[in-house]
Design a protein around this ligand. Sequence first.
Ligand code: GAP
Length: 589
Amino acid sequence: MSEANDATDQPTSEKLVELAKRRGYFFQSSGAYGGVGGFYTFGPQGASLKGNVEDAWRDRFAVAEGNMEIDAPTIMPEPVFEASGHLEGFDDMLIECPECGESSRADHVVEDNTEYEDAESLPIPEVEEVIAEYELVCPACGAGLAGQAVETFNLMFDTNIGPGDSQPGYLRPETAQGIFVEFPRLKEYARNQLPFGVTQIGRAYRNEISPRRSIIRTREFTQAELEYFVDPEEDEPPLERVEDVEVRLYPVSEQNDEDGAEIETTIGAAVEEGIIGDAWVAYFLGIAKPWYEAVGVDMDRFRFRQHLSGERAHYAADCWDAESEIDGNWIEMAGFANRTDYDLSKHEEYSEDRFTVFKQYDEPKTVERATVDPDMSFLGPEFGGAAQDVVAELEALAERDRSAFEGDSVEIELEGETHELPVEKTGFSVDEETIAGEHVTPHVIEPSFGVDRVVYTVLHHAYSEDEVDGEERTYLELDPEVAPTFVGVFPLQSDDELEAVANDVVDDLREAGLSITYDDSGNIGRRYRRQDEVGTPFCVTIDYETVEAEETTVTVRERDSTDQKRLSVDDLAETLAAIRNGDREFEAL
Ligand code: GAP
């Protein structure tokens, strides 16, 4: 990163948003119609950078880990979200301004204007009290918000599937549900063997109350999620692969301590010392840290922070966020949660399919099983149409608590009423049975990445300013792995001979698999500046020496140092491809 980075007082975010629009990274969508908050279009450079980040994620979290990838629909029917709990609990706190009608997130109003850092975890009455106590005001018009009711607002976008309103549906608020609902089929593809992982990169939708900070909080965004299904009794992560990875951690204990601080440690030590309680979560943090580094996140501005208990999602037992520092604030780029068996158990309960894996024992086992065989000639007259419900209750009770059948009578609950039955009429017995295995509900470990926030962080951390030949320069110090273009090719002037060589160079470099931009407009300095601003690592200029000298050579200029070297055209493609793959270094040429 250039030392001259952030040379002016204007925050980098503001300069970046301006550059992003000018150079085709991202801009607010539907501008011709006034634009609408929370929706962004990635321009040619942005779409390419985002695609490269997604490819890098796929390589690491799907391919290298041997996980499957799927691509599920973004609209799902209502029962899915009844089961997942999103219909009931996927809410934010909404406060409406009594003067201008502007809707704001009540917890953000509190966090932005008081010392509270985690207002999301406070109960609503307490948020209302804080707003009154601090006399907080509407961020839009400055009118007082004290006394205004804070309400819950469900973040899901709803729609109707097909004509009419008989089948309500929702745009998925997380890609994860598309994986969970297909578990009965996916486990077959995994040959019913735990552990296994399923990834998905795709759009998620949240009707955010106050989308903000450009692509950091939007209403439509891309997630890259891995749902890793494990046997909670048996499966252990291969921690030895990541135990030496160095990490900066900010656990709950340090956050709650007035003098608390981030801890620099390794994944292995953090697990051994109980700083990270869940070894699976630790394993994925250990994979994620070098991945973020490889795509260009500045490791001096990166940490993992554990969720405070009130902050955790309704499904999570433990959760750590990957956070990046942006203009002095930490933003969440990903969450690493242990979702336990919450989702699969819920879908098993609400759907008609099985969300378990049959675990075969090495040797069949003999077990005792409590069963009932009720006397229907007794239950029929006694319970009429409800007799089958009584049978189901007795079966469940026998499995749950066989001691309930120890006396002469047994009690069951049916629609809120208690009924007493003679045990002899239930046909209760305990028999020995040989079983080959058991049905296990897997637990889910979930690394969930926000792709847009990675793109934003990479751009923000790459944003640099310096002075070249007495002129101020802005450049993006993007890693070659993600930069939209690897080489800009320029003929020095509009000249048939120079252009012919330049076109040959373009063909050669493209054939070597490099992404190329050809630019023949404006003076050479302007062309360098353009490529610097989009973060192109190298520029190749074809000049008169190229066509006049005995050996055909070109000038290759490196973005960050602006150093130039003359290289032979014959091995240009091979050399640049080697640099792209990390096998050679420009300085050493
Ligand atoms: N399946 C788990 C899940 O969705 P989350 O913490 O709500 O967890 C995961 O979201 C990631 O998605 C976040 O860490 C963030 O990077 C990204 N994300 C969430 N809401 C977003 C929004 N409104 N705009 C952009 N990215 C968002």
